[in-house]
Design a protein around this ligand. Structure first.
Ligand code: GRF
Length: 196
């Protein structure tokens, strides 16, 4: 059975989607550990409520990434909990070399746009500002670049004339909660090879 580790910085609705999918028997796997770089992350509460080991690991001195020493601590925690696949679920730091070399092609992410359009922060707002008629969300393997790496699945969301950033983000998240568990399920079943 696939053991998943989830990294989350915030609300953790995608974490919840994974928890629910496992509970319902839709996703054949288990979540071995949840780690956050934010002690206030509601994701930690969700994990605890589901009986999953959950830790806040201090992120260290840099705002946008974990320095190598800190990445090592994250990796140690994931390895200790027998994690085979790392799922980033709203984890607000760029993944660097120490992480990637310890989990080659075994880290995936969910992003709220149709990549490669609108990488980076508040992608739903970027889409709205640009005036696209369709946006969506993407699951992908993580590489050394931000919101890059081989795409696993995408879901399309139409932009409506009266959309606000909030309403658009809400509809994108509904699709996220469908394609993230499905992506992990396909990997767990060997239907998508790690990064190949
Ligand atoms: C999602 O929109 C995801 O696409 C992005 O961060 C957000 C996390 O939301 N990477 P949540 O914490 O899972 O609710």
């Amino acid at each position: 059975m696939l053991t998943i580790g989830v990294l989350a910085s915030g609300q953790g609705t995608n974490l919840q989607a994974l928890i629910d999918a496992i509970k319902e028997g839709y996703l054949p796997g288990r979540i071995g550990v949840v780690i956050s770089d934010n002690p206030q992350a509601y994701a930690l509460e969700r994990a605890k409520k589901a009986g999953i080991p959950a830790f806040y690991l201090p992120p260290g001195p840099r705002k946008t990434y974990l320095v190598s020493e800190v990445e090592k601590q994250y990796v140690e925690c994931l390895v200790k909990h027998q994690v085979q696949l790392v799922c980033l679920a709203g984890f607000m730091r760029v993944i660097k070399r120490t992480f990637l070399s310890n989990f080659p092609n075994r880290i995936i992410n969910i992003h709220p746009s149709l990549l490669p359009a609108f990488p980076g922060l508040e992608a739903w707002k970027q889409a709205l500002d640009y005036g696209v008629k369709f946006t969506g969300c993407t699951t992908h393997f993580v590489n050394e670049y931000v919101d890059a790496g081989k795409i696993i699945l995408q879901a399309v969301v139409p932009v409506l004339p009266d959309d606000t950033p909030e309403s658009l983000h809400r509809r994108i998240q509904e699709k996220e909660h469908f394609i993230y568990p499905l992506s992990v399920k396909l990997i767990a079943q060997g239907q998508i090879k790690y990064g190949e």
